[in-house]
Design a protein around this ligand. Structure first.
Ligand SMILES: [Zn+2]
Length: 660
């Protein structure tokens, strides 16, 4: 792409509530062969085909609610203007952004800014055939049912509850359990887990756990089971894509994925994952399945997602140094020898250009991904680690002139972060994904982190990966090997990490709330721990200038040693499954919010007028067809969030409103 194209590209299209809507570009698609483009085109549809699933997984009535909101936008013939209508549209956009009625980050149910009466008026103005009425329901019953769901604060108040001491399953609104208590669920899965099996399947990954007539059983997601209608469509597109696969191994892994979707058999899913992780040759790669378990308070059930990408060849070459040196990093890690991986298994690393994302990872997106998740596959076959290069670039381009650097960094830190911040964050992501998640081992006989560390396992795993990245970020080896050419890169990352963990990330938290999300807990845990342990040496100084709080790092080397010490402890906790120590670490440092500092940060942030969260409009693939054959595929860049959401609703609504 030429520079003038970058300058003219619209990176941000709108801002509403606490959200910015951004766009990202795809570099290099036009250089692919027609076979590759065709392959990508079918996988693109396979990605969007499963989109409805995440709504239902987040909450049993999300599809009903979403389809009602969309029916109003599409078919309400009354006045579509005024403040009530604006509030209606605002709420609808927030639902689209979060894939449901719970805030994507805080997990709290979002409050509509319009009244139940206004909602009733809108519904009355929609022809009945367009309303997603449940069988035998009258419009009046439907309206009162919907009103309760949206306006009663006692119904489904929170999607995922993590508070220590409550029944996490009963209190969470997510749709992974029904009529089940936490202890029933834990007992059910503890019986399923075979501790003698050194190749254990990820129990619960593709199912919902229900109790009916006193019997507890799993409802599996597969072509003839739960979500079958959407899965059937996904399979159809995968079958179309298969002949165009780039390698034999890729074709084989698609076949296995199809068989998994057909049977719901988790052994086949592991088998698929192994083929997938071995297959590092193709330029086009994709994930399509039930993957991350953060949406389940107990961490068993996988949220559906898809990500389709092409490799960024030039960037992958430069950053390949990180994975080439995996064994060196493992050897030089400060963790106990007993917890080290004997041979760092092939972690393949690449920078990708995302083509589309769907489900759990859209519109809000991660910037790095490391899969598969099964520990035994990772330690036997390695893992694939990717940085989402064009997503990172879009964040960077959209935030360049936002004023946050001037507001939150000390004057002496500002130039450094402007000059080195972007590359520092890319290297942090690379180290986090490749070396961080890929390193260390669990002692034989100790269960998986999910079993031993329970609801703290995600925050602790993210902390471990971040600590590995932070520890090596200032290692001279990065300069020796030519990955970076200035020690200020590491310093810029330390400045930014401490600032974020101590303070800046609080802009994403409502006043009075504590930290819930695993990544946020992990960042504060690390920052507060090193701040406290370095106090006597004044490693990090909290200073107040004209009433504003700043964090100044006085000794970067000592800070590195502290990161190493915490890494050693977190690795020990994971390797030995020390639940009490893990819980204490997270609860002491990673959950409680400093109220005064929180208020200050929100005030400073609000003055800047920037929404704290961002997500993306997805590029669109369009095929030039001539008599059933694809002659070319082009990437288009839609520029309106609402239009894209309505387009998806129209073309990819593959599930009924109730999925029992
Ligand atoms: Zn991570």
């Amino acid at each position: 792409m030429h520079n003038d194209q970058i300058d003219q590209f619209l990176w941000q299209t709108e801002q509403f509530a606490d959200i910015r809507i951004l766009r990202y570009r795809v570099e290099g698609f036009e250089n692919l062969s027609i076979q590759q483009k065709t392959f990508a085109y079918y996988l693109y549809h396979a990605a969007l085909a499963g989109r409805d699933i995440i709504y239902d997984q987040h909450f049993k009535y999300n599809l009903l609610i979403r389809k009602t909101l969309e029916a109003v936008i599409g078919h309400y013939h009354g006045d579509k203007s005024g403040s009530d209508w604006e509030e209606f549209m605002l709420f609808t956009k927030r639902v689209w952004f979060s894939n449901g009625i719970h805030h994507h980050n805080s997990m709290e149910k979002m409050k509509p800014g319009f009244t139940p009466e206004y909602l009733g008026k809108l519904i009355d103005g929609v022809p009945e055939l367009h309303l997603p009425l449940i069988k035998d329901q009258s419009v009046e019953e439907f309206k009162s049912f919907l009103t309760d769901l949206l306006f009663d604060p006692a119904i489904a108040p929170k999607r995922v509850v993590q508070d220590h001491g409550t029944d996490l399953v009963a209190a969470s609104a997510c749709n992974f359990y029904e009529n089940i208590t936490q202890s029933e669920a834990e007992l059910f899965y503890s019986k399923l887990v075979d501790t003698a099996d050194d190749q254990p399947v990820s129990v619960g990954l593709n199912s919902k756990l229900i109790k009916k007539d006193g019997v507890i059983r799993e409802k599996r997601y597969h072509i003839d089971g739960m979500y079958g209608k959407a899965i059937r469509k996904i399979v159809m597109w995968l079958e179309k894509a298969k002949p165009f696969a780039e390698t034999e191994l890729q074709r084989e892994s698609i076949e296995k994925l199809v068989r998994f979707y057909e049977t719901g058999n988790l052994r086949i899913f592991d088998d698929y994952s192994i083929s997938w992780v071995k297959d590092t040759v193709p330029a086009i790669d994709f994930v399509n399945g039930f993957i991350e378990v953060y949406g389940d308070p107990l961490g068993y059930h996988g949220a559906w997602q898809s990500m389709l990408s092409i490799r960024d060849e030039a960037m992958s070459k430069r950053f390949g140094i990180i994975s080439d040196m995996a064994a060196w990093f493992e050897e030089h890690s400060p963790i106990d020898k007993a917890f080290k991986r004997a041979e760092a298994e092939g972690v393949s690393y690449k920078i990708i250009q995302v083509l589309t994302q769907s489900g759990d990872n859209a519109p809000s997106s991660a910037i790095g991904v490391n899969l598969p998740n099964a520990d035994w596959i990772r330690s036997t076959y390695g893992s694939k680690s990717v940085s989402l290069g064009n997503i990172e670039d879009a964040y960077d381009m959209a935030s360049k002139s936002s004023g946050t650097i001037e507001e939150f960094y000390l004057p002496e830190q500002q130039d450094r972060v402007r000059q080195f911040g972007a590359i520092a964050s890319k290297i942090h992501t690379g180290l986090h994904e490749v070396i961080g998640h890929g390193s260390g081992r669990i002692l034989p006989g100790v269960g998986t982190p999910k079993e031993t560390l329970k609801s703290y396992s995600n925050a602790l795993e993210e902390a471990r990966a971040d600590l590995v990245a932070l520890y090596f970020m200032t290692d001279p080896v990065l300069i020796e090997k030519g990955l970076i050419d200035d020690e200020n890169v590491g310093k810029a990352e330390y400045d930014s990490y401490i600032l974020n963990g101590m303070m800046r990330q609080l802009v994403r938290v409502e006043p009075g709330q504590q930290l819930e999300e695993a990544h946020m807990r992990n960042r504060q845990l690390i920052a507060q721990w090193v701040f406290e342990k370095g106090k006597t040496d004044a490693v990090i100084e909290q200073c107040t200038i004209y009433g504003k709080t700043f964090f100044k790092i006085n000794d970067y080397q000592k800070l590195r040693v502290l990161f190493g010490a915490l890494l050693t402890e977190v690795q020990r906790i994971k390797s030995t499954g020390d639940y009490e120590a893990g819980r204490d670490l997270v609860e002491t440092y990673g959950v409680k919010v400093d109220k005064d500092l929180h208020i200050e940060v929100l005030e400073r942030w609000n003055k800047l007028g920037i929404a704290p969260f961002a997500g993306f409009i997805q590029p669109m693939l369009q095929a030039d067809m001539q008599e059933q054959t694809i002659h070319d595929v082009r990437v288009n860049y839609p520029d309106d969030f609402t239009t894209q959401m309505m387009y998806y609703a129209h073309h990819y609504a593959n599930l009924p409103v109730i999925n029992d």
